[in-house]
Ligand binder design. Structure first.
Ligand SMILES: *[C@@H]1O[C@H](CO)[C@@H](O)[C@H](O)[C@H]1NC(C)=O
Ligand SMILES: *[C@@H]1O[C@H](CO)[C@@H](O)[C@H](O)[C@H]1NC(C)=O
Ligand SMILES: *[C@@H]1O[C@H](CO)[C@@H](O)[C@H](O)[C@H]1NC(C)=O
Ligand SMILES: *[C@@H]1O[C@H](CO)[C@@H](O)[C@H](O)[C@H]1NC(C)=O
Ligand SMILES: *[C@@H]1O[C@H](CO)[C@@H](O)[C@H](O)[C@H]1NC(C)=O
Length: 401
């Protein structure tokens, strides 16, 4: 027991001595045959090899490593290490070898070292984004895009991106995004659609259908009283009466009513029907594709005040080819005090015969006119006037009798 404790003390003693002496430069223990004693020699610094051990009379002798050799620690070796041979395939020399550092090779851009080979960094597929970009030592780390984020590409660099905030851009969200698709925003048509057709042919045809063919006393007041939703105020009714012919008044009133009640379910249904009708009109007109000259000729043939060349040029710039006729007709209509476009167009087509005008385009236009006078319109009309107002109008008429 006493012996053991004694040993422990000796050991402690030595270890304290050793650590203090280890400070700098590092030493090593060496038996010197000349003096027959144990010496503490200096180790050799990086960049050198040990040439001669120290003796009682002189210090350790170190010599510089030859070319292509190195040592990178304090040591007691009588040889330097050979620099690693050239870099592997797909690697480049990051640091050349010098006397204190071995050559450092690294995988080229876009690759990482897997055992012996430089492999390409993984690409994250759509729906996944890069969480940690790959390094020369590590592959890419991908992560599924969380709610509100998306990635629509296969990439080893792109993180998930935030869905575009349509509202913040002042746009409407037309399709909600998911992990692979961004939100799709659209311009708020009413405010910014540049082609901007005020009243479409369908809308006009539909509202004109509502004009009674026989003289109906107080027709406008009856209409105002019976239209559902927000009532049109008396001032507006008076204004419409002042500014428009009796033929035009119904149309103007319905236009205003539709605008004031856009959020009403019934108006929404009517708008849907009008949209369907417009799609058909677009289809009818899709193949007309008129040149500037042809458009000018068509516009010239319309009665009344003419649409100007500047108007036609402007329209050609901002409207798609299928919208151009519609826009020009709408311009003509406003210029001529809200004339009936279909009547004007029918007139124009009769007079166009003397001009050079593509037959197919003329036919498309005629078909469009026929379509707008057709059953579709009647159905639309029925929905609004017979089913909803009709009954009330009738009872009103009956009570008047
Ligand atoms: C050897 O290269 C390393 C790393 O590039 C550098 O830090 C060191 O100073 C160089 N040594 C000599 C002796 O040139
Ligand atoms: C979008 O932007 C609006 C207005 O800047 C903000 O109120 C809303 O929280 C944003 N939505 C998202 C999903 O970030
Ligand atoms: C994301 O939405 C697009 C269309 O917007 C659809 O084609 C796709 O299948 C959807 N993906 C997922 C994962 O729901
Ligand atoms: C990915 O989404 C962005 C933003 O919506 C879009 O600009 C880009 O064209 C899309 N890329 C592909 C390949 O669909
Ligand atoms: C319309 O006609 C023009 C030339 O007359 C042609 O360049 C254009 O491709 C046509 N467009 C369509 C949609 O047919």
């Amino acid at each position: 027991m006493i012996k053991l404790l004694c040993c422990a003390l000796v050991f402690l003693d030595i270890s304290i001595k050793w650590t203090t002496q280890e400070a700098f430069p590092p030493k090593y223990l060496r038996y010197d045959p000349e003096s027959s004693s144990k010496l503490l020699c200096d180790q050799c610094p990086p960049g050198t090899y040990l040439k001669q051990h120290c003796t009682a009379r002189r210090k350790t002798l170190c010599a510089p490593c030859p070319n292509d050799y190195y040592t990178n620690t304090w040591h007691t070796s009588d040889e330097c290490l050979y620099c690693s041979s050239t870099c592997k395939e797909m690697q480049y020399v990051k640091q050349e070898c010098n006397s204190t550092h071995d050559r450092v090779c690294e995988c080229r851009e876009g690759r990482y070292l897997e055992v012996e080979f430089c492999l390409k960094h993984r690409s994250c597929p759509p729906g996944f984004g890069v969480l940690q970009a790959g390094t020369p030592e590590q592959n890419t780390v991908c992560k599924r895009c969380p709610d509100g984020f998306f990635s629509n590409e296969t990439s080893s660099k792109a993180p998930c991106r935030k869905h575009t905030n349509c509202t913040a851009l002042g746009l409407l969200l037309t399709q909600k995004g998911n992990t692979t698709h961004d939100n799709i925003c659209s311009e708020n048509n009413e405010l910014t659609h540049r082609c901007g057709i005020d009243v479409t042919l369908c809308e006009e045809a539909f509202f004109r259908f509502a004009v009674p063919t026989k003289f109906t006393p107080n027709w406008l007041s009856v209409l105002v009283d019976n239209l559902p939703g927000t009532k049109i105020n008396a001032e507006s009714v008076e204004r419409i009466k002042r500014r428009h012919s009796s033929q035009e008044q119904t149309f103007q009133l319905l236009k205003l009513w539709k605008h004031q009640n856009k959020d009403q379910d019934m108006v929404k249904k009517i708008i849907q029907d009008i949209d369907l009708c417009e799609n058909s009109v677009q289809k009818h007109l899709a193949h007309t594709n008129l040149t500037f000259g042809q458009l000018s000729r068509l516009m010239d043939s319309l009665p009344g005040r003419k649409v100007t060349t500047e108007d036609i040029e402007g329209t050609a710039k901002v409207c798609s080819s299928s919208e151009q006729i519609l826009k020009l007709l709408s311009l003509w209509r406003t210029k001529n005090g809200d004339q009936d476009t279909l009547k004007g167009l029918t007139h124009a087509l009769r007079h166009l015969k003397t001009y050079h005008f593509p037959k197919t385009a003329a036919q498309s236009l005629k078909k469009t006119i026929r379509f707008l006078h057709s059953f579709t319109m009647y159905r639309l009309y029925q929905k609004l006037f017979l089913e909803i107002i009709g009954n009330q109008v009738q009872s009103e008429k009956i009570s008047c009798l």
